[in-house]
Design a protein around this ligand. Structure first.
Ligand SMILES: Cc1cc2nc3c(=O)[nH]c(=O)nc-3n(C[C@H](O)[C@H](O)[C@H](O)COP(=O)(O)OP(=O)(O)OC[C@H]3O[C@@H](n4cnc5c(N)ncnc54)[C@H](O)[C@@H]3O)c2cc1C
Length: 339
């Protein structure tokens, strides 16, 4: 019987709370879906120094085995140390596919590994066509997301390396949690070969954190970015330590930077709290917020579609309600009702 295709995934661990990042939960979900299409298995690669046991959460995303690489040099991400640790195992096991997120770790590590393994890399992949698993087709956005580029490996490589576009990843735990077989690997890393040293760690600033990783998002649509309202939106976000998100037309007007756009062609977000201010709720936008915890919307049009996707909705004019809301939160903070 043919060996199942092995899909290896490198989840990123948040420096702040040592949890697997949301992006990586999406990546594990994508890997599971690929494994189901091609009759494969998912193996997670956990790199660190005395890392916590992630087998419960990995099992919730369909991972069947995990290689835990343990070494003091792996405590913080370093492309040199990570690639040195992974190389020998990859050469030995020859997995079919290695998936990483197109984020901090994947962007730096994937090209280095591809060069060391003398293989190709599909970076920032948005879709994989597996109708012919022996020769998958990879698609990536080009020309400012206006066109797709189709990529195929000319000769079947030993391992295909792919970084996935975070915007296309959805977090979907499996229905039945499985057991994860864990193997500890102690790579022999020579300190001299690691040129980048970790000096300090700075927690993410809620104002600058990637919206895809934010726990609280205040999203401002076209109804909330007038000269009068945008400063109030920023004030509200500051008060509740919310990251600012937005919609496509706001980006097109240049009022909020592009990397804050949420939706089908923007980022897919999964905060615990999402507040939509002056957003109509077009499917292109709503497609990016469905993994959010609580969704609260304010729109002056009671028929705005956003209300159909909200846990709490207020049909009100932001010019009336925002100053009152800010004042109320300020008071509650100074009374110690909320922190
Ligand atoms: C191919 C394609 C891809 C797209 N991808 C995305 C995407 O990824 N993300 C995205 O967001 N959009 C995307 N769009 C655009 C999307 O279709 C909508 O046009 C967009 O989401 C609407 O943005 P909006 O809600 O900010 O603006 P509008 O639709 O103009 O809505 C503004 C809302 O504000 C309310 N409002 C106005 N003034 C006030 C006030 N004073 N108080 C309270 N409420 C007020 C109005 O009632 C209205 O509902 C895409 C479109 C296309 C064609």
């Amino acid at each position: 019987m043919a060996k199942p295709r092995e899909i290896w995934v490198l989840p990123e661990i948040n420096g702040s709370d040592a949890e697997i990042s949301k992006l990586s939960l999406g990546l594990l979900s994508e890997a599971k879906s690929i494994a189901e299409s091609v009759g494969g298995t998912v193996t997670a690669l956990v790199l660190g120094d005395q890392t916590p046991d992630y087998s419960v959460v990995l099992g919730q995303y369909g991972v069947s085995s995990a290689y835990v690489f343990n070494d003091p040099a792996l405590k913080y991400f370093s492309a040199g140390a990570y690639s040195a640790a992974l190389l020998a195992k990859m050469q030995e096991d020859k997995p079919w596919l290695l998936l990483m997120g197109h984020a901090a770790v994947g962007r730096e590590l994937a090209p280095r590994l591809a060069a060391l393994l003398e293989t190709g890399l599909v970076s920032n992949c948005a879709r994989i066509d597996l109708s012919h698993p022996e020769s998958p087709r990879f698609y990536r956005f080009v020309y400012g997301d206006q066109l797709y580029q189709e990529v195929v490996f000319q000769a079947a490589p030993t391992t295909m390396l792919v970084t996935m576009d975070p915007r296309v990843l959805n977090i979907t735990p499996v229905a039945r949690t499985g057991k994860v077989r864990t193997q500890l690997i102690e790579p022999e890393l020579s300190p001299g070969s690691i040129r980048v040293k970790h000096l300090d760690f700075f927690p993410a600033d809620f104002q600058t954190v990637d919206v895809a990783e934010a726990d609280t998002i205040i999203a401002a649509g076209m109804g909330a970015v007038t000269d009068e309202l945008l400063p109030l939106v920023e004030e509200l976000a500051g008060l509740i330590e919310g990251s600012i998100g937005t919609t496509r037309p706001v980006i097109d007007e240049g009022k909020i930077p592009r990397e804050r756009m949420i939706g089908q062609t923007g980022k897919v977000v999964s905060p615990e709290f999402y507040m939509a201010l002056g957003i109509s709720g077009a499917t292109h936008h709503v497609g990016g917020i469905q993994d959010s915890g609580k969704i609260v919307s304010i729109n002056r049009d009671p028929r705005a579609p956003i209300f159909q996707n909200s846990d709490v909705g207020a049909a009100a004019d932001l010019r009336d309600i925002l100053p009152k809301l800010i004042e109320r939160i300020r008071r509650a903070k100074s009374n110690g009702e909320i922190l």
